[in-house]
Design a protein around this ligand. Structure first.
Ligand SMILES: Nc1ncnc2c1ncn2[C@@H]1O[C@H](COP(=O)(O)OS(=O)(=O)O)[C@@H](OP(=O)(O)O)[C@H]1O
Ligand SMILES: [Mg+2]
Ligand SMILES: [Mg+2]
Ligand SMILES: [Mg+2]
Length: 356
């Protein structure tokens, strides 16, 4: 049984995300990303399937009794043999450079059919009891396809509470002073000097390190920037207007006296960026009344920001509740901010959204 310091969980999660990022990077650079449309019309790529298979395989090897909530399922691959073969080729190629890391993750997957079964092991219903991992193999798939930011996301929840969170952001600059100028649009390539691995364990603070190809790089502590005057804050929001209301965000910023333009960035790279003080606020404001956020879109980022000195709630100021299944049914939207200004932000949010 793993001990409650979560050292092993963190180590395996970091290695698993780093290995999965090798796969997503190879797809990011390839001409064809094997995109399919899911039932809800959102995109999924060969990178999403491959990364999910690799992460689940590492978790099953190390923590066979744990449950897993993951975004993707293998149905489309079972129906499309050529896509299945492409994903299988990618999965076989994605290996950490150091042998001990590969051994720690249990090595590769046996064959293509086992790969499909592994992908489908992410079908837990979630809930408030026991150890449950949440995986978003590529968060910001639209950003990934656009050549922008994306993140490989993994979190461990115990009894509905996030204990460990890891985000691999292959296209964020290692040097955080560049972070908020580099994220938007076409040229966010993962050249030399790019790639960050964020992590946090409950009660132990948040870290970042360069995303590598083998043994883990040395970590450093990260923390949110102190905001002495809210009108000087920089806020991040989604690139896709369909994922977060950019009009409401602009009105909230105006109420707070913020004049800097928003930074539009795909994926949980937003949480990582503000956690390291590159940007101050993250606003995710509901567009459609009936959309329910997914736990894998927020679990790792929620812990990383809170451990870096931030507060993360929904638009009403309630903490995100990861204990009610695969979705955040009890929450609407997300507001992440440094602890001491969070109340001020929520007040502006409720004034703008009030009556909506
Ligand atoms: N309507 C609506 N509202 C809110 N959120 C939605 C909505 N539809 C989809 N999604 C989820 O948004 C995830 C990506 O969020 P981002 O903040 O990265 O958006 S964006 O890419 O910057 O536009 C994206 O995650 P991935 O599918 O992993 O990319 C979705 O789970
Ligand atoms: Mg998706
Ligand atoms: Mg996502
Ligand atoms: Mg995804």
């Amino acid at each position: 049984m793993a001990s409650a310091d979560y050292n092993k969980e963190l180590h395996i999660a970091l290695l698993a995300v780093q290995r999965a990022s090798l796969l997503t990077k190879s797809v990011f650079h390839s001409h064809s990303k094997g995109t399919l449309d899911k039932a809800d019309a959102s995109p999924v790529t060969i990178g999403d399937f491959g990364a999910q298979a690799l992460i689940i395989s590492a978790l099953q090897h190390n923590f066979p009794g744990d449950e897993i909530v993951a975004e993707e399922e293998a149905k489309d691959l079972r129906e499309k043999n050529s896509v299945k073969q492409t994903v299988w080729d990618l999965v076989q190629q994605a290996k950490l450079e150091d042998k001990s890391g590969e051994e720690a993750l249990g090595g590769g997957i046996k064959d293509a059919d086992s790969m499909l079964d592994i992908i489908d092991k992410g079908d837990s219903k979630g809930g408030s009891k026991g150890r449950i991992w949440a995986i978003d193999p590529i968060d910001g798939t639209k950003g990934f396809l656009r050549g922008g930011q994306y993140a490989v996301c993994l979190a461990l929840m115990v009894d509905g509470d996030v204990k460990v969170g890891v985000l691999g952001c292959p296209n964020l600059p290692v040097d955080d002073s560049e972070a908020l100028t580099e994220n938007i649009g076409a040229d966010a390539s993962d050249a030399e000097g790019k790639g960050v691995l964020f992590s946090a364990v409950q009660g132990k603070g948040a870290d970042s390190r360069p995303l590598g190809k083998g043994a883990l790089a040395k970590e450093s502590k990260i923390s949110m920037k102190a905001v002495s005057n809210i009108s000087d804050a920089t806020f991040c929001e989604s690139v896709e207007a369909g994922h977060s209301s950019q009009g409401d965000a602009a009105n909230i910023a105006k109420k707070l006296g913020i004049t800097k333009p928003s930074v539009r960035m795909d994926s949980q790279a937003k949480y990582g960026s503000i956690a390291r003080g590159a940007g101050d606020l993250y606003l995710r404001l509901p567009v459609k009344k009936d959309y329910v956020e997914k736990i894998w879109d927020h679990a790792a980022g929620d812990l990383i920001v809170r451990e870096a000195g931030g507060q993360v709630t929904d638009v009403e100021g309630k903490r995100l509740d990861f204990s009610v299944g695969r979705t955040l049914q009890r929450n609407k939207g997300v507001i992440a901010a440094p602890k001491d200004v969070h109340d001020t932000v929520i007040k502006a949010v409720s004034e703008v959204l009030g009556g909506k």
